[in-house]
Design a protein around this ligand. Structure first.
Ligand code: FE2
Length: 462
């Protein structure tokens, strides 16, 4: 018999794991699902199979995919764990074998020397492949119809290490731009896969110090690597907690022209901070304009994880203007309300854009969830619009789907999974992205809850 899960903020409430896999055909819907929607929203998040060994960290849990297929005005649901090596070893053992990020020393000798790829952070579709991503290892390829795990994917042997969970698809070329970071040299490698999925570029990038580099920024002209003082030094592995906050190092932002390479990277210095996620960026008139969700310090790894995210530091939407000729950064706050999990109409990734979306928090910190609102930003007018979910409903990352490939920017739908705390279950909301404060166009009702997860994407026609 499995051990019960311990009393931990990231294992309770809707952070707690959902233990079942299954399918629901033709879910109950309030309102009307737009006929224009034809595809699948896949979401990924941590969902530990077994009670942890030692201290648990939110980033540790086994990846579970939740997929909503929307077609002909109907919605269907399926969820599956990603069958990683770790998942299969632990299932066979009947218990957790791997220590987590905050307690790696708790690893059982049976799992010694095996990297615990959790495949729990993001899921993308590129060149016809559905890939579950985790930043410290290779992706896992999944069957798009069944979500069955096909296995680790290394671009035909060309991926030389881990792959970020936040690759960017260039909307003009279809290329997949990404990187991998490591605590051992080379600390950073930049990759490009062509629109048909072939890995065509792989280049070492010199960085001042190995850090936890969760995401990066791309524009039509530049690739930007963010080196925050969240170090990931190999010598700290022995302590069991390899990620450290070293604010005296400051923040370094490396800007590389896409038509050039490592030798052309210029480093911009700014105050210590941490950004998990940029919203978008573009290059214009000798400047890079980058909008990011900025924390004053690294959350979740500072010994205060047990307080939970809702009581820890908050990210605020911030604009960096990088003046390329003089190598200086200007920083402006765009909003005073906490916002994270930023997205955009991804047909504008790396291009001048007008609209952005995020999970947001209105009012005092809420008990249990993080984001009780969906924010819609208009960067042209500087106005923020809000879909207020009320005090006991909590959103995940909102994903934008255009009404049609030809629709103007921002015309389409926002899809987001919302946890109903009072009912202890979740709904998929479909909002009109141009009228976010309005009633959802459709509320797709699940009988169970979807644990708070990280990222997801829409697969058109999937
Ligand atoms: Fe992320």
């Amino acid at each position: 018999m499995s051990k019960p899960f311990p009393d931990d903020p990231f294992l309770c409430g809707n952070y707690g794991p959902w233990p079942m896999e299954g399918e629901i055909h033709d879910l109950i819907v309030e309102g009307e699902i737009p006929r224009a929607l034809d595809g699948t929203l896949c979401r990924n998040g941590p969902n530990p199979q077994f009670a942890p060994r030692g201290r648990y960290h939110w980033f540790d849990g086994d990846g579970m995919i939740h997929a909503f297929t929307i077609r002909d005005g109907k919605a269907h649901y399926r969820n599956r764990w990603v069958r990683t090596q770790r998942f299969q070893m632990e299932r066979e053992a009947g218990e957790a074998l791997f220590g987590g990020l905050a307690d790696m020393k708790a690893t059982d000798p049976r799992a010694e020397g095996i990297f615990p790829n959790a495949a729990n952070t993001n899921i993308i579709v590129h060149a016809g492949k559905l890939l579950a991503l985790w930043e410290a290892g290779p992706p896992h390829e999944l069957d798009p119809q069944t979500l069955a795990t096909i296995g680790p994917y290394d671009f035909g042997g060309k991926l030389l290490g881990p792959m970020t969970a936040h690759p960017k698809i260039d909307p003009e070329t279809g290329e997949l731009l990404f990187f991998g970071y490591s605590p051992l040299p080379p600390y950073l490698r930049y990759y490009v896969a062509s629109a048909d999925g072939k890995l065509v570029r792989s280049e070492e990038i010199d960085v001042p110090v190995p850090t936890m580099m969760h995401d990066f920024i791309t524009t039509r002209e530049h690739v930007i690597f963010m080196v925050f003082p969240a170090t990931f030094r190999f010598e700290n592995f022995a302590s069991g907690a390899p990620i450290r906050w070293e604010p005296e190092l400051g923040t370094k932002i490396g800007v590389m022209p896409r038509n050039s390479g490592n030798a052309a990277v210029r480093w911009f210095a700014t105050d210590p901070c941490y950004v998990f996620h940029p919203m978008n960026a573009y290059t214009e008139n000798g400047r890079v304009i980058a909008d990011v969700c900025r924390f004053d310090r690294l959350p979740l790894f500072d010994g205060a994880e047990a307080e939970g995210l809702e009581k820890g530091p908050s990210a605020l939407l911030t604009r960096w203007t990088l003046y390329l000729a003089v190598v200086t950064v200007k920083e402006e706050r765009l909003d005073d309300s906490p916002a994270e999990f930023p997205r955009l109409d991804e047909r504008y990734t790396g291009l001048r854009y007008r609209y952005g979306y995020a999970g947001g928090r209105i009012g005092a910190p809420t008990d249990g969830g993080i984001f009780n609102a969906i924010f819609h930003y208009d960067h042209q007018t500087g106005k923020r619009r809000v879909h207020d979910l009320g005090p006991t409903n909590f959103t995940s990352e909102p994903v934008f789907v255009p009404r049609s490939p030809q629709s103007p920017e921002g015309e389409g739908f926002l899809l987001t999974v919302v946890y109903r705390q009072e009912e202890n279950r979740s709904d998929l909301l479909i909002l009109d992205a141009e009228n976010v404060e309005g009633k959802p166009l459709a509320t797709v009702k699940l009988p169970h809850r979807v644990p708070y997860g990280f990222h997801g994407n829409w697969g058109q026609g999937l």
